[in-house]
Design a binder for this molecule. Sequence first.
Ligand SMILES: Cc1ncc(COP(=O)(O)O)c(C=O)c1O
Length: 378
Amino acid sequence: MPEFGQAVRRFWTLDWSATHLNHGSYGATPKPVLAAQDLVRQDMEKAIGDFFTRQLPKRLRSAAAELGEYLGAASEDVVFVDNATAGVQSVIGSLALEPGDEILINDQTYNAVKNIARHVAGRAGAKVVEVTLPFPVEDDGTSIVETLKAGLSERTRLVLLDHITSATALVMPIERLIAACRTTGALVLVDGAHAPGQVPLDLSTLDADFYTGNCHKWVSAPKGAAFLWAKREHQPWLHPPIISHGLGKGFIAEFDWTGTRDASPYLAVPAALAFRQTFGDSRIKARNRALAEEAGAYLADTWKTRLGAPASLAGSMRMIRLPLAGGDHHEIRAKLWHDHRIDVPINTLNGELWVRISAQLYNEIEDYRRLAAAVRRL
Ligand SMILES: Cc1ncc(COP(=O)(O)O)c(C=O)c1O
């Protein structure tokens, strides 16, 4: 009997009459983690005053310490935010930009994040510079590094780097990209929305200025659990998107309290980490990556199309070109769901239709065979 796939589906509440190939977009929280989140909520509702005034500050720091250990970071450099969007907003929104300053993004920067850069830069009379990355990628990532370098100037104040791109599922050559930015005085913000839990991550050696990542995608935490890490020297000028009582009282005071809210997603992060340990964190990453690779090769071969990137730039998600001459990607996606009960994102890139598959422990190769057959019938 296989170790994963069908054998572990009992851990998730997903409806197994459907095929779920989109873990990357929102994650899917395992039942033991949801149960731990429920216990946190019970603690909160049992003794509300005690929970918010005495338990919560300590429990947040203890959860941050466990998450920090997982990320290779000191707990005092890690704060919780609701999602990666909020992490990016905290950094970009805190920049004191001047007219003529530049923020460097690329065409594959997540659209919500592009909007943050444009909004903040626009108010300051600063500029957003967007370079166009190669896709599909044919090399080891050198073309990506060279393209980014060409966008740097002496006015670049911040470079936004996706650790793993959303629309194209590329695991960026992040160390090389950061090293390229270090030839200028620009600050580097890594948007790691997809990275924790999908690829190895050690913030103690990654030379970023800021790193934000989601725990609700690949770490298996409940929705609304993300973090922001910042180098100590930047922490005094960083503010959360919501200013509250902690203003001016330091990084942790500002971020740990942003008004009354349900902190159970944050406090359930240790349960998510423990759930991963029942399988082994590295084993999960390796197994998902191997399944994505096998499934990607199978689909490209069956459809006689191609992959979006070589294996060296891939994690637990893969892009495969669809064998369809044209069509609206929203309609194709909706048809796959309504007619075939398959949830998978489809995108149009450079005029071609591409599918992004995800591989999580509950997936098995049969899921991708169903996708292959459904696409053939389209
Ligand atoms: C690169 C990137 N940044 C940011 C986000 C936004 O994540 P969230 O909706 O959790 O804020 C995503 C979501 O997929 C993403 O892929």
